[in-house]
Design a protein around this ligand. Sequence first.
Ligand SMILES: NC(=O)CC[C@H](N)C(=O)O
Length: 197
Amino acid sequence: MVKIGVLALQGAVSEHVRSIEACGTEAVIVKSTSDLALVDGLILPGGESTAMRKLIDRYKMLTPLVEFAAAGKPMFGTCAGLILLARNLVGYDFAHIGVLKATVERNSFGRQVDSFETSLDIKDIATDFPAVFIRAPHIVEVEKEVEILATHEGRIVMVRQGHLLGCSFHPELTDDHRIIAYFTKMVKESLAKQVNV
Ligand SMILES: NC(=O)CC[C@H](N)C(=O)O
């Protein structure tokens, strides 16, 4: 059975675990490089990207995370996790994992008090998805390999680049598990491909 990890250094970890399990898939808490070796796909949760990066460095996980992506294993960055995946960050001259060919701007929907929920149509995944935005980033621009799956008020809020998925909002905070189910399918497909080669 496939195993989906949730990077559990900081942020909305237990909600993702609940959502993965609701999709009938095994969830694994990932706190170290050895945990990472056990999983077929990884969710990078929302939270605070600067704090997460400090912990990634403390536990020497940056290179293993880059290698996980390079091996073609699916990764899904939600909110702060999207910031971790992005190749370019507005106002910063460095990236974190940096594998998603997109430019992301942090905190672009206002301050904490401006958190909101809205209904989104997401290509190939869902119509009317209840998306919760909390101090959310947005995607300013993408390279041609990146497909735009959803926008909100003209801003890109969800994308896919092959085995990489990213969104500005928190798909794990409601009982609507369609996005996590889609990611679960990506992980199963990628595993089947690896077994067949
Ligand atoms: N809900 C979130 O994950 C917010 C992300 C946070 N504002 C950051 O920049 O890391």
